[in-house]
Design a protein around this ligand. Structure first.
Ligand code: NAX
Ligand code: ADP
Ligand code: K
Length: 546
């Protein structure tokens, strides 16, 4: 599934209308219809499902077949509602095409028997184009209408609200009547369905203006808008349903859309990942690769252990953990499946820059080098990392403190590598890398990750709710697996282990980063289910749930 910006959506609309010759009003009709269908589905769910369910019709069909009847007729199920008389919906109508979608939806809803009242945010005479055609059709059908600011509007009188005030054409914070209607809708306590995006949301960044609709359901039209996946927008959108309105998905590639929702389908068909992770019958530990991990200090010994154990659970054949000598006594025996490599240490258990020669030697017999979890900072660590960057001939995964080392370095001047680099920052680490604030990182994570990955020639995993994976070639994937319970120390170390393990097994950098993030999230969800409360998840649970 593609993710688009408002600008890309306009181009997709334009291509469909101009190049394919599909009239704009036809798209708007389709939009109105699918919005109405989702409202009907919602009414059915809360009304305990009316008797004319799809299953009901199928049963009736079977009965008819048994009775020998040859001819059957059924109504349009998607727009049929048994308890329609109990419903009264207010349709908040803005001036643009989003308002037009709402007006079309109102007509379809009226056909189901639901009472609808149009609430215009602006005088209806000010609508133009297709929206004006919809206004006239609604008026010709006799749909009751009021104008905000001129007529009495009491949202307490409805059973649900369709927010068709502002869509992808909105600019800045909602003003005037729009702002007042949004605030009133939010405080009404009524269920709200948004057309395309919640009004007040920045469709690209996911920033929410003041005020912004808080929807239960957002019926997103044609293509998923980026802002619906980026927080806080993702929180304001509720359940997002993407519905087709007649714009072919293939147009997205024509106009160069490069952002995908990370689904099993995208992993398989777009990235070429074998989701079943088949093992060859005659495989052995050498078949599945060997991870070399440089991690851990006395103070943070657990980080290395978590990464190493996660790598093994994610399926690689072998893991060697290179660690400061002072750590060895406390680690020996804690994970019998691991191989340990003593690379010396300072008195206080911190790393020595001299360890680099041993690491370079070890890396020759390994398939991947992962650096960073629990590493700490140490003298000449920039030179140490530069030597690893320039001197290793395998993929490199950089996390945690090693990212901070990188942030302090001018690593664009380092020799370019034959093998890929994956960076896995959380927003704080990303802020240091990009030399901006964490709030600026979070403002539009997709754009930031894409820009950074391209500029620095790395695969970037920007962690946090809805992790973004961006490639140097300009592709991006947004993950939705995972759980807030994963906000716990060491969860990121586990991810580093998983990604490194997948690289060792022969996945390329985009595959390993995307699939690793996806599996990590799934494991977090499973771990959440296994506890009495998701707050109880600790990083080790994520490993055990792999
Ligand atoms: N052919 C198309 O272009 C299609 C568009 N569709 C719908 O059209 C929407 C985009 O339509 P538009 O481009 O007309 O834009 P919108 O309907 O999002 O609204 C734009 C209008 O709202 C007003 N406005 C903008 N920002 C405001 C603010 N901050 N406060 C108060 N008023 C503000 C302006 O008068 C502007 O004309 C999509 O989200 C989707 O719902 C669908 O009908 C499908 C087809
Ligand atoms: N709300 C959330 N939803 C989904 N995943 C989350 C959420 N919070 C954290 N995570 C995931 O948990 C991991 C935390 O990583 P990180 O912050 O590096 O932790 P640590 O440094 O302690 O290992 C990341 O993969 C992140 O995406
Ligand atoms: K809207």
């Amino acid at each position: 599934m593609y993710l688009v910006t408002a600008e890309q959506m306009r181009r997709l609309d334009g291509e469909t209308i101009q190049r394919l010759g599909i009239p704009a009003i036809a798209l708007m009709e389709n939009a109105g219809r699918v919005i109405a269908e989702e409202i009907v589905a919602l009414c059915r769910r809360r009304g305990g499902e009316g008797c004319r369910s799809a299953a009901g019709w199928e049963d009736a069909g079977k009965d008819a077949a048994l009775a020998g009847a040859a001819f059957q007729v059924s109504a349009d199920h998607a727009l049929t509602l048994d308890n329609a008389a109990a419903e009264r919906w207010f349709i908040l109508v803005g001036k643009g095409n989003n308002g037009g979608d709402g007006l079309a939806a109102a007509r379809y809803l009226r056909e189901t028997g639901i009472a609808v009242t149009l609430v215009y945010a602006v005088p209806p005479e000010s609508l133009s184009g297709e929206a004006a055609l919809q206004r006239d059709a609604a008026a010709a059908m006799g749909l009751p209408a009021v104008v905000y600011g001129r007529d009495r509007v009491d949202l307490a009188e409805c059973s649900g609200i369709l927010d068709a005030l502002l869509g992808t054409g909105a600019a800045g914070a909602p003003r005037g009547a729009y702002a007042e209607l949004i605030a009133a809708a939010n405080s009404s306590g009524k269920v709200i369905v948004s057309a395309d995006i919640p009004s007040g949301l920045n469709a690209d960044t996911g920033e929410t203006h003041e005020p912004c609709i808080h929807a239960s359901v957002t019926v997103c039209l044609a293509f998923l808008k980026r802002g619906l996946l980026q927080y806080p927008g993702a929180g304001a959108a509720g359940h997002v349903k993407v519905r087709a309105i007649g714009i072919p998905a293939s147009l997205a590639t024509n106009i160069g859309v490069q952002v995908h929702l990370l689904t099993p389908e995208v992993l398989h068909a777009h990235l070429g990942v074998d989701l079943a992770r088949r093992r060859s019958p005659d495989g052995h530990k050498g078949t599945y690769g060997h991870v070399l991990l440089a991690a851990g200090t006395l103070r943070m010994s657990g980080a290395g252990l978590l990464s190493a154990r996660a790598a093994l659970r994610a399926g690689c054949g072998l893991v060697t953990w290179a660690l400061p000598q002072k750590l060895l006594p406390s680690i020996i025996g804690s994970a019998p499946e691991l191989m340990l490599a003593d690379v010396g240490s300072n008195e206080d258990g911190t790393w020595r820059a001299g360890s680099v020669s041993e690491l370079l030697k070890l890396s020759k017999e390994r398939d991947v080098l992962a650096v960073g979890p629990g590493l700490g900072r140490f003298e000449a660590d920039t030179e140490w990392l530069r030597n690893l960057w320039e001197g290793t001939d395998c993929p490199l995964v950089i996390d945690a403190d090693a990212l901070n080392v990188l942030a302090d370095a001018d690593y664009k001047s380092w020799a370019s590598r034959r093998h890929p680099v994956i960076l896995t920052p959380h927003p704080g680490e990303m802020a240091r890398l990009a030399r901006i604030t964490t709030a600026e990182v979070q403002r539009d994570r997709i754009s930031l990750a894409m820009g950074y990955a391209k500029e620095h020639g790395v695969t970037l995993v920007l962690k946090g709710a809805h992790t973004v994976i961006a490639t140097p070639e300009g592709q991006a994937y947004v993950n939705t697996t995972g759980h807030p319970g994963m906000g716990t120390g060491g969860a990121g170390d586990v991810l580093t282990g998983i990604i490194s393990s997948l690289l060792a097994q022969g996945l390329n950098e985009a595959q390993a980063a995307a699939f690793g993030v996806y599996l990590h999230g799934l494991a977090g969800e499973r771990a959440a289910l296994q506890r009495n409360n998701p707050a109880a998840i600790i990083a080790g649970d994520i490993i055990e749930a792999l």
